[in-house]
Design a protein around this ligand. Structure first.
Ligand SMILES: NC(=O)c1ccc[n+]([C@@H]2O[C@H](COP(=O)([O-])OP(=O)(O)OC[C@H]3O[C@@H](n4cnc5c(N)ncnc54)[C@H](OP(=O)(O)O)[C@@H]3O)[C@@H](O)[C@H]2O)c1
Length: 238
């Protein structure tokens, strides 16, 4: 396993259910963690709790390219090398076609798909300079299989799968690795506003989803974990 000590790690969605638990693990392993999110108050509270320096707190609306670029610029002032990026930002609007609006469809793609594009567009040249890096995304199982009511979400996450697999092809001659994590249901605030009957008590807990990502961050450098699938035991969709 590769040590995380001193590694420069960016976590988007750091204020989310999975992101927050992950940041805790990374800080505990001695990584230099940059926490990115759109909510300054939540980010600052996390930074205070974990004694993350203010310079490592990045206000970033991932759905806005200018905001992504300026957050990464701020990061580069502190750390010119970014060893690992974990993109744990995302939204889930789960509605059937009769209820889903075009604004919600656009918002979902803008955050989950375009947001990831903006992030990679800015971070890849930084990693290419040193010819190495690790990028972990969470398309989730709905990036591989369909679900009723998930037209917008699946469009964004299938899009992610295709985009990331294509980028991976471009990066084959570098040591920049892309890992896709296909998570099943995780009991996080993600589900708070989703009007669907789900058994949250049967889902993966955020601490364990975060541990899987923490493990992926330490994968041996001579190979790459291209994909990992982690699902609730009683609901294996793949
Ligand atoms: N939970 C699941 O069942 C599950 C399953 C498979 C895949 N995933 C994926 O895993 C990732 C993390 O999910 P989670 O369960 O931790 O959800 P969560 O608790 O809802 O956290 C989502 C995070 O994304 C951030 N975010 C949303 N829109 C943003 C924007 N425009 N700019 C910046 N940050 C934004 C949120 O920020 P705020 O704190 O400001 O809202 C929050 O930090 C998502 O990509 C999700 O699709 C989740």
């Amino acid at each position: 396993m590769e040590s995380l000590k001193g590694k420069s790690v960016l976590v988007t969605g750091a204020t989310g259910g999975i992101g927050t638990q992950l940041v805790r693990l990374l800080v505990g392993s001695g990584a230099k963690v940059f926490v990115a999110g759109r909510n300054a108050e939540k980010l600052n509270n996390l930074a205070i709790e974990l004694t993350i320096p203010q310079a490592q707190v990045l206000i970033m609306d991932i759905a806005n390219e200018t905001s992504v670029n300026s957050a990464i610029d701020q990061l580069l002032l502190v750390s010119p090398v970014v060893d690992i990026v974990i993109n744990a930002a995302g939204i889930g609007i789960i509605k059937t076609m009769d209820l889903l609006t075009s604004v919600e469809f656009e918002q979902t793609l803008q955050t989950n798909l375009f947001g990831t594009f903006y992030l990679l567009k800015r971070i890849l040249p930084v990693m290419k300079l040193v010819k190495k890096g690790l990028i972990i995304n969470i398309p989730g199982v709905l990036g591989k299989i369909p679900m009723a009511g998930a037209a917008a979400y699946c469009a964004s996450k299938y899009g992610l799968t295709g985009m990331l697999q294509s980028i991976r092809e471009e990066l084959k001659r570098t040591d920049i690795r892309i890992t896709n994590l296909y998570l099943g249901g995780v009991d996080s605030p993600f589900w708070d506003n989703i009007d669907l009957r789900v058994q949250r008590d049967k889902m993966i807990i955020t601490e364990e989803a975060a541990k899987a990502i923490w493990f992926l961050c330490q994968q041996p450098s001579s190979g790459v974990v291209s994909e990992m699938v982690l699902q609730p035991f009683n609901h294996q969709a793949i």
